[in-house]
Design a protein. Structure first.
Length: 130
């Protein structure tokens, strides 16, 4: 199995650098269900940040791409069900990382996740610390 770094995933998704995008696409096309590529939560969070901040992509488009990746048999995603739930939350306007934080806490038995972030506090399971 081969792990994917953020820059490889971004080049594959955006296809903006001819040489690197081709190499990333070749690598991705070589993965199979028997020998998948690996995507960590950290790489997904970084990738989404880059796509939103640097490429100004629509959160719904990013969410669709993440849902597709997390369902692909050729890609092993860390905590795939949590990733799919966070992607659905982010398609509705929530920050993907905040959604992962609250879902991870919930799955680990937290009553709620305390935050100073007013926007994050809008998520079910987050509470603003005052």
């Amino acid at each position: 199995m081969i792990g994917l770094d953020t820059n490889v995933l971004v080049r594959y998704l955006v296809q903006d650098d001819p040489k690197q995008s081709q190499l990333a696409s070749q690598l991705m096309s070589g993965f199979t269900s028997a020998d998948p590529g690996y995507l960590s939560l950290i790489v997904l969070v970084e990738t989404i940040w880059v796509l939103r901040r640097s490429y100004k992509l629509d959160p719904r488009d990013i969410s669709r791409a993440i849902l597709k990746l997390s369902s692909a048999e050729e890609i092993l995603v860390e905590s795939p069900e949590m990733v799919r739930r966070a992607a659905r939350e982010s398609a509705g306007g929530a920050d993907f990382a905040d959604a992962l934080i609250v879902l991870s806490g919930r799955d680990s038995g937290c009553e709620y996740t305390a935050t100073f972030d007013q926007r994050a506090a809008e998520l079910d399971g987050m509470e603003l610390l005052r």
